[in-house]
Design a protein around this ligand. Structure first.
Ligand code: DGY
Length: 323
C-alpha cells in the first residue's frame, strides 16, 4: 500500500523530518519560505495531510469546493487560530495540535519578558551595544522591583499555570488570575494563585498583566483601549499568547501616552509585521515569537505532529485532535 502524501510547510528539526520521511511520502520544505494562499490551496487539493505552522493562514475560502483531498491538518503548534477549524470540520478534515510540550518554554519567555521590561534589560543592552554606557551610577536605568508585586494572569490553562508557578514560587509575587471557567481554589493554590471574577478585577490590582488565553474571534482585542486604561497606573503588559488578543493600535497609544508603563511582547497582530511606532519605543521589549523556540520543545512538537498523523492514518484516534 502506498504511503500517505504529506506536505510540511516549513523546515522542522532534522530528526523530526527524518521520522516523518520514514513513515510517509513526505514533501519537506526546501527554502523554509512561508506558503501563500494559492500554495496552501494547492496543498489541500493534492496532499493527504498538510502540516502547517502559525505562519500559514488557512481561512474558510481555502476549504471551498469538492476538490479538497486532505484528510488531516497536523498543526505544528498548540495555537490554531490561523486555521478555520469550522470550515475544516465541515469538510470532514481532522485538525490536530501540539499541547503540553511547549508549556514550560512559553512560560519561561513570559518570565523573561516580565523581568526584561521591569528591569529595563532591553534598554541596557541597546545602550551598551551602542557604546553609550558611561559607567555605574545610582540613577542609571532604574527599573521596577518584581518581588512582592502582583501579577495578573488572563487565562489559567497549562501555560498560565506554569507562569503563575514561576512568578509565585520563583519570584515571590502575588498571583491573581481570570479564567472563563471556575478553577478549584485548591488547584489554583498549587500554583500559588487566586482566581478573581472578571478581567477588570485582575486589571485593577495587577502591577503586571500577562496574557495566556487563546487567540481568534473569542478573545480578539480583549485588551482594548478601555481595558488598557483600566490597568493600574505604572503597570506592565506581557503577551506570549496571540497578537490579536491586544488591540495593537490602542496599546501603542497607551504606551506613548504613559497610560501603562511598558510592555513585553512575543506576538503581534500581523506577524511578522511589527509597527514602526512600537519598534521605536523604549518602554517595550519585543521578541520575534520565540515562546516555544528551544531545540527540545521544537523536536517534541514535531514528534507530536508525527504521532498524530501516524495515528490518524492507522485508523486510530489522533491524541491531540482539535476537531
Ligand atoms: C504555538 O504553539 O501556538 C506557538 O505560538 C507557535 O505556533
Amino acid at each position: 500500500m502506498s504511503k500517505p502524501r504529506v506536505l510540511v510547510t516549513r523546515r522542522w528539526p532534522v530528526s523530526v523530518e527524518a521520522a516523518l520521511s520514514e513513515r510517509f511520502d513526505a514533501t519537506l520544505s526546501k527554502d523554509d519560505a512561508a506558503l501563500d494562499a494559492a500554495q496552501l490551496r494547492d496543498a489541500l487539493l493534492s496532499y493527504d495531510a498538510v502540516l502547517p505552522t502559525v505562519s500559514d493562514r488557512l481561512p474558510a475560502a481555502l476549504f471551498e469546493g469538492d476538490a479538497v483531498q486532505s484528510k488531516i491538518i497536523g498543526n505544528f503548534g498548540v495555537g490554531f487560530n490561523h486555521i478555520d477549524v469550522a470550515a475544516a470540520r465541515a469538510k470532514g478534515i481532522v485538525v490536530t495540535n501540539t499541547p503540553g510540550v511547549l508549556t514550560d518554554c512559553t512560560a519561561d519567555i513570559a518570565m523573561l519578558l516580565l523581568l526584561s521590561v521591569a528591569r529595563r534589560g532591553g534598554e541596557g543592552e541597546r545602550e551598551l551595544r551602542a557604546g553609550a554606557w558611561t559607567g555605574w551610577r545610582p540613577t542609571h536605568l532604574v527599573g521596577t522591583k518584581v518581588t512582592g508585586k502582583t501579577v495578573g494572569i488572563i487565562g489559567f490553562g497549562r501555560i498560565g499555570k506554569a507562569f503563575a508557578q514561576r512568578c509565585h514560587f520563583g519570584f515571590g509575587m502575588d498571583v491573581v488570575f481570570y479564567n472563563r471557567s471556575v478553577v478549584d481554589p485548591a488547584e489554583a493554590a498549587r500554583y500559588g494563585a487566586r482566581q478573581l471574577q472578571t478581567v477588570e478585577d485582575v486589571l485593577q490590582v495587577s502591577d503586571f498583566v500577562s496574557l495566556h488565553c487563546p487567540g481568534g474571534a473569542e478573545n480578539r482585542h480583549l485588551m482594548n483601549a478601555a481595558r488598557l486604561a483600566a490597568m493600574k497606573p505604572g503597570a506592565f503588559l506581557i503577551n506570549t499568547a496571540r497578537g490579536d488578543v491586544i488591540d495593537e493600535a490602542a496599546l501603542i497609544a497607551a504606551l506613548e501616552q504613559g497610560t501603562i508603563r511598558g510592555a513585553g511582547l512575543d506576538v503581534y497582530e500581523a506577524e511578522p509585521h511589527v509597527p514602526e511606532r512600537l519598534r521605536v519605543l523604549d518602554n517595550v521589549v519585543l521578541l520575534p515569537h520565540l515562546g516555544s523556540a528551544t531545540e527540545e520543545t521544537r523536536t517534541a512538537m514535531g514528534m507530536k505532529v508525527v504521532d498524530n498523523v501516524t495515528a490518524f492514518f492507522a485508523g486510530r484516534e489522533p491524541p491531540d485532535r482539535v476537531v
